[in-house]
Design a protein around this ligand. Structure first.
Ligand code: AMP
Length: 268
């Protein structure tokens, strides 16, 4: 596996790669969820690129950029063992030239839910992913349903900007007790870790409740120690309220457990 840190060497290695090329964008501290994206890419594509970049522009001023978990050596080993061909791990100044003045701002599916609670977050995500697409020129890109709204936004962006990439939605990988795997789970205390699967359980209760989904999630979380920020039943494509034309629905939620913010979602 090649590890590249500069755009010049990325371009060189990418030019020599056998296609189709799959890309798996990540912020590192890899777990089995990330590896499932790599496995999907390896099944579909001749070459797989993993990108590892803790993107500062998608963190809000009061968020966890400086304490976001990092372990480059372990990530490198996991990627090599998973059969990744190229690990693209730029430093921040390689990614963002001085005087940067261009951003990608998605409306529509980015406006509500995470968009309301994390202002600027999706602008940071869409901009860095657009850059990663231009840098790695993938035929296919793999994203997890764990970040369901992000997935819908990136599909919208690729369509709107005519990016010639096919985006694959990969199902959420969970711990045995149902908790969605996440690099941020490392923040949870032992007691919090025990309570954390209640978010998924509440979403499943909500999904069963149909129209009363949001109230059912709230009820299921009462007394759990999780503080619900939102629970929303949405159209899985537009991320807006379902309409009679909605083909598939998704129930999304975000909740705080101590200082840690958890998100999850289920089909509904
Ligand atoms: P992150 O490193 O958290 O930015 O995530 C990188 C990619 O991995 C995103 O497409 C995520 O949606 C995906 N991902 C994160 N957690 C999981 C999971 N538990 N199952 C599947 N995909 C995941």
């Amino acid at each position: 596996m090649d590890v590249v840190r500069t755009l010049a060497s990325l371009r060189q290695r990418r030019g020599a790669m056998v296609g189709p090329v799959g890309v798996v964008p990540t912020m590192g501290y890899l777990h089995a969820g990330h590896i499932s994206l790599v496995e999907r890419s390896r099944a579909d594509c001749a070459s797989t690129i993993v990108t590892l970049f803790v993107n500062p522009t998608q963190f809000g001023p009061n968020e966890d950029l400086s304490r976001y978990p990092r372990d480059f050596e372990r990530d490198r080993e996991l990627c090599a063992a998973a059969g990744v061909d190229l690990l693209w791990a730029p430093e921040s100044d390689e990614m963002y030239p001085p005087g940067l003045a261009t951003v990608v701002d998605v409306g529509g599916p980015a406006v509500r839910w995470e968009g309301e609670h994390r202002p600027g977050h999706f602008r940071g995500v869409a901009t860095v992913v657009a850059k990663l697409f231009l840098q790695t020129r993938p035929d296919r890109a793999y994203f997890g349903e764990k970040d369901f709204q992000q997935l819908a936004i990136l599909e919208r962006m690729a369509r709107d900007l005519d990016v010639p990439v096919k985006i694959a939605r990969v199902p959420t990988v969970r711990e045995r007790d149902g908790l969605a795997m996440s690099s941020r789970n490392a923040y949870l205390s032992e007691a919090e870790r025990k309570a954390a699967p209640r978010l998924r359980a509440a979403l499943l209760a909500g999904a069963k409740a149909g129209r009363g989904a949001e109230a059912a999630v709230r009820r299921a979380l009462s007394g759990s120690g999780l503080r619900l920020q939102y629970a929303s039943l949405v159209d899985a494509d537009t991320l807006l309220a379902p309409t009679p034309r909605t083909r598939r629905r998704r129930l999304l939620a975000a909740a705080y457990l101590g200082r840690t913010r958890l998100i999850d979602n289920v089909p509904a």
